[in-house]
Design a protein around this ligand. Structure first.
Ligand code: NDP
Length: 597
């Protein structure tokens, strides 16, 4: 987790000591206290499950009448160009962190012909699209920004802001000459294996028919905006957009155009938490439509100490990362170690849950301390275990609700279900607004968004997955030679996503190097290796009821039943890395089928 990692260096020590209270012994409370809170958690979860349309069906893609919610507002113009029909060695679908850090490793192993194909007008991925006011990353920048050693760069703050991260992405693309072959404003629509040529044929919405020996699906974990299905959305007569397509022409670059505007925002996830304080400062009126509150903790941000930055030895980030990976360990129980060996599984879970509840009640107490109006404070309290939803860190979010122009509309788990031409309606009241912002999130960890992937014998990847996702390490899928997937399911979930992506990027570059160095042309996992991994995923996902017990959200597939294999690998990133290393060092020929040309 980010906080344990942030303790790991000198720069954080003084400030962390100031920010974090000294570790107190947890108060001894009767079990009945915890059981009562757990009952409330369950009741709040059930309210939400009962109200909302089932599972992920409550959301929809921005297509048809809603296609304008995906238009890129950041590109100056659409570049005209002729269709491309050439062949490259490696083609990456997507130009975000996955593509950039993997390309850097590919350059290191000698790959010259690398093409990024990207829907946006530049590299950056998430950081290209998310330019909303207040955008920043909650993971410590010294861990989150990739390739800091290679780039000789130290981020300017403990938590980097969006523009700095986007600039870093551009710098990586420059440094590794990735702009040379890159193609922007281009969406890959199909990726089809040609058995005759032993190449991938990559078609796009710009009429391209590119070919590539290797394809890396680097399309991101949260890349495609989604919209809640709300009756009457299309009737709204005011202005509206999704958080990932911020319309600065409308709001003004400093949001000053909103001074005479009534604004509504739907959703209170991590994006909204960063945006709401910015809107609250300027909007004439701001209505925040909340279905489930986020947990809001303190954000201990500061400018990087330049003396500390100068003192860093070459390779500092790699060392930090290695340390962090070891600390994150193998997942599983907090109560690990020989001291707890004698505890039963039930007792370990009980203690872990009680500690989690204590953490959540601390978050509740802070809300009472900061928010003046007791009713609003109560509404802002999250009733679920920490990590059921993505925890948020912000110092201005809660105080924003003390401003006279900011109004929390607590839908008490129901959500907005109706919008008319004037604005959202709730409990019989129409909230008349000029601007409506959808902070309703993204499709999660979907491989091949916008893109149909067809492997050997015409097999569609989605058809193959219809009976459950089948991969080796979440990266390779049998029958899809020379195809690599990044950021999809069956790989560990990491709060610092970059750790996971770097692990995958290193592995993919090593596999491609192996193919090149041994004179092979293709690499494909055996069906047996793939089945071994699927069983690993199933085994480790079966250990807790967390998915079922948690309030719905994208971490638990909105409370929908899902097959055990259709999620992340839960045995921890260290075990994941060890499995990969073992195969790369000793078992390549047992695990993969290689062909030559
Ligand atoms: P989320 O999916 O986290 O949030 C969507 C929000 O929309 C939820 O609050 C959801 O409520 C709400 N919602 C959906 N339908 C309705 C409805 N009908 N009425 C009212 N509310 C509704 O999306 P985000 O864009 O906020 O965040 C996505 C992810 O991006 C984060 O989890 C994080 O991983 C990443 N991120 C990280 C940031 C950081 O580093 N600080 C900043 C921004 C994003 P409910 O909870 O009830 O489902």
């Amino acid at each position: 987790m980010e906080n344990s990692t942030s303790m790991a260096d000198q720069n954080t020590k003084t400030a962390d000591a100031d920010a974090a209270p000294k570790k107190k012994r947890r108060p001894q409370r009767p079990q009945a206290y915890y059981d009562e809170i757990k009952e409330r958690f369950a009741a709040e979860r059930d309210i939400r499950l009962d109200y909302r349309p089932p599972g992920t069906d409550q959301y929809m893609e921005a297509t048809g009448d809603y296609a304008h919610y995906e238009i890129d507002p950041y590109a100056d113009e659409t570049i005209e160009r002729d269709p491309i029909t050439d062949t490259v060695e490696v083609l990456l679908i997507g130009g975000g962190f996955s593509a950039l850090l993997t390309s850097a490793r590919l350059r290191e192993v000698g790959v010259e012909s690398i093409r990024i194909v990207e829907r946006g007008a530049d590299v950056g991925g998430t950081w290209y699209w998310n330019r909303y006011p207040g955008v920043a990353c909650d993971v410590v920048a010294y861990d989150y920004l990739p390739l800091l050693d290679e780039m000789g760069y130290v981020p300017s703050r403990h938590y980097a802001r969006g523009p700095e991260i986007l600039d870093h992405c551009r710098a990586i693309a420059e440094r590794y000459d990735l702009y040379d072959l890159a193609v922007f404003q281009t969406t890959v629509t199909s990726t089809t294996w040609s058995a005759d040529e032993e190449l991938w044929h990559v078609a796009t919405d710009r009429g391209d028919l590119m070919k590539a020996q290797f394809v890396i699906c680097a399309n991101g974990t949260l890349a495609k905006p989604k919209l809640a299905r709300i009756e009457g959305m299309a009737d709204f007569a005011g202005h509206s957009f999704h958080t990932s397509r911020w319309d600065y022409d409308y709001t003004g670059s400093d949001l000053s155009n909103l001074a005479d505007k009534r604004v509504a925002i739907i959703g209170t996830g991590a994006s909204a938490v960063q945006i709401i304080p910015e809107l609250g400062r300027v909007a004439k009126e701001l209505y925040v439509f909340q279905r489930t509150p986020s947990s809001i903790d303190i954000r201990d941000d500061w400018e990087t100490d330049q003396e500390w930055a100068k003192s860093l030895e070459p390779g500092w980030q790699a060392k930090r990362r290695e340390k962090a990976l070891k600390m994150m360990g193998r997942g599983g129980f907090v109560y690990g170690g020989s001291k707890y060996d004698d505890l039963s599984r039930e007792e370990k879970i009980r203690r872990q849950e009680n500690a989690n509840i204590d953490a959540m009640m601390r978050i509740h107490r802070r809300i009472d301390e900061v928010v003046d109006d007791p009713e609003t404070a109560d509404s802002l309290k999250p009733w679920y275990m920490l990590m059921c939803k993505r925890p948020c860190f912000h110092n201005e979010y809660l105080p924003t609700f003390n401003l006279p122009n900011v109004h929390l509309v607590d839908t008490k788990g129901r959500g907005v279900t109706l919008i008319d031409e004037k604005g959202p309606t709730f409990d019989g009241r129409v909230y008349e607004v000029d601007l409506l912002i959808y902070a309703t999130g993204f499709e999660v960890q979907q491989t091949g968004i916008y893109n149909r992937i067809v492997g050997e014998h015409g097999l569609d990847l989605n058809e193959k997955y219809a009976e459950g996702i089948q991969t080796l390490f979440g990266i390779h899928s049998h029958g899809f030679p020379n195809l690599f997937i990044m950021g999809g399911y069956q790989a560990p979930f990491q709060f610092n996503l970059t750790d996971m992506l770097q692990t995958q990027g290193d592995h993919i570059a090593a596999c491609i190097a192996y193919v090149r160095d041994n004179g092979f042309h293709t690499i494909d996992p055996t069906a047996a290796a793939e089945q071994w991994w699927v069983q690993q995923v199933i085994e480790h996902r079966g250990k807790t009821n967390r998915n079922k017990d948690c309030t719905p959200g994208y971490y638990n597939f909105e409370g929908q039943f899902n097959r055990r294999q259709d999620g992340n690998y839960n045995a921890g990133i260290l075990t994941y890395v060890e499995h990969m290393s073992e195969i790369r060092e000793n078992k390549m020929e047992d695990t993969f089928v290689f062909t030559t040309r």
